[in-house]
Ligand binder design. Structure first.
Ligand SMILES: [Fe+2]
Length: 412
């Protein structure tokens, strides 16, 4: 359920909000969250899950106002008594910092949750930074992925948002999703989270697995497929971001079959966009120096993705293709497109499939990391930020995060 603010409701709930008794609680009954979702220059989604069905709300105001008055003037109710809540704040001012908190509303009192913050997107071509990371595998390597996410939460660039490129959870169970959201608590309280699905969300089967949880829990830009979130696009200034689902839905005549309609939607989205920079996020790589040889791949090449998708990327002017799945960092440059694998969010395995594929620029193995991407007036800078190393059994943290690779894309 999504709720949208309107000014009449705001006025009513404002007076209601200051009439009730406000009770701060150190035991605020959240199963997980709050988690910031899709952000625009005038809106943001916020999700949370109570331990029990309850009425909830979001209170918010600008950060400037809060620092002066210590009051959050606006309150948007989520009027259904349930565990999972999604609220959309609208009519916000571009490029403005806001603070918010989740409220549990009972008959005559409120329990007040933690204070989060976000900054709305800039209106035009301003400089901004965002982060990308992959393969956290919550439920398998909990302390490690939590460490990486906390390093991201403290990134000095104050990123506008972060994109997870699949395998957020090891199994798509309520338990593993709870572990994921609790592990990224500090990050999601200050940084809107976007995502694309990986095989561990959609394809891995288990007794308690439910692939619909990805779509129930995450609030992503609109596009198409399941819940209109299976693939999506959003534009910030002159940058188009596209998220795809590269988990095949089947096999026909020895070829992978992609979600129906997705690649036609992609062609249309790319051709109608006037953005100077186009970035695509997927879980599965098209090229990887660490890709297993198998039925659908030859050394370093995902054959079906290359044949079915690459011509669309080239024709559509895509500059940068970012994926997860392979648990390492790779930068490959082919056919005018930068292909980056970022799979260092929390889970490493020994990789016996090292083959140097055509166009390889950089390969870094066993370093927990994320990407910091900075959009400036005339260029895009991609940095790989390492936060620690895997010694074969555990995480060895760096004294402080360090940039281990960097490249620049000049805008068209
Ligand atoms: Fe993975």
């Amino acid at each position: 359920m999504r709720l949208y603010a309107n000014r009449a409701v705001l006025a009513i709930v404002f007076w209601f909000a200051i009439a009730v008794v406000v009770t701060a609680s150190h035991d605020f009954p959240l199963r997980w969250g709050p988690v910031l979702g899709v952000l625009t220059d005038s809106s943001v989604e916020i999700s949370w899950c109570f331990e029990q069905p309850a009425y909830g709300a979001i209170r918010y105001t600008t950060k400037d106002e809060y620092q002066k008055t210590h009051v959050m003037h606006f309150l948007i109710p989520s009027p259904v008594k349930e565990e999972l809540h999604h609220v959309c704040l609208t009519d916000l001012t571009p490029a403005t910092a806001y603070v918010f908190q989740v409220i549990l509303t009972e008959k005559d009192r409120e329990l007040v949750g933690p204070i989060g913050e976000f900054t709305t997107a800039p209106k035009a071509d301003d400089t901004f930074t965002f982060l990308v990371w992959g393969d956290t595998h919550a439920g398998k390597t909990d302390s490690v992925f939590e460490y990486v996410a906390n390093q991201m939460a403290h990134d000095s660039s104050h990123p506008l948002f972060a994109v997870a490129v699949g395998d957020l959870v090891h199994r798509s169970t309520e338990t593993h999703w709870r572990t994921f959201f609790n592990g990224i608590y500090n990050l999601a309280l200050s940084t809107p989270i976007l995502a694309v699905p990986g095989n561990h969300e959609l394809l891995i089967q288990c007794e308690d697995c439910d692939s619909t949880l990805y779509f129930d829990y995450l609030q992503l830009p609109q596009g198409g497929g399941i819940a209109d979130e299976e693939w999506w696009s959003i534009t910030y200034g002159d940058v188009l971001l596209v998220g795809l689902n590269t988990c095949a839905v089947g096999v026909t005549n020895g070829r992978l079959v992609w979600p129906p309609g997705q690649f036609q939607w992609l062609e249309e989205t790319l051709s109608t966009s006037s953005a100077n920079v186009k970035i695509v996020f997927t879980h599965f790589p098209m090229y990887s120096s660490g890709m297993k040889n198998g039925r659908f791949s030859r050394d370093g090449v995902n054959v079906c993705l290359e044949e079915d998708l690459k011509h669309i990327l080239i024709k559509g002017g895509v500059n940068l293709f970012i994926n997860g799945h392979i648990h390492s960092y790779q930068h490959i440059y082919r056919d005018g497109i930068h292909f980056v694998t970022t799979g260092g969010g929390g889970c490493f395995y020994e990789n016996p499939y090292r083959v140097k594929t055509e166009g390889e620029v950089k390969w870094i193995e066993h370093v927990y990391h994320y990407l910091r991407i900075t959009i400036c007036e005339n260029r895009v800078t991609v940095q790989m930020i390492g936060v620690g190393e895997w010694d074969g059994t555990s995480l060895i943290p760096y004294a402080k995060p360090k940039c281990l690779d960097e490249f620049v894309i000049i805008k068209r």
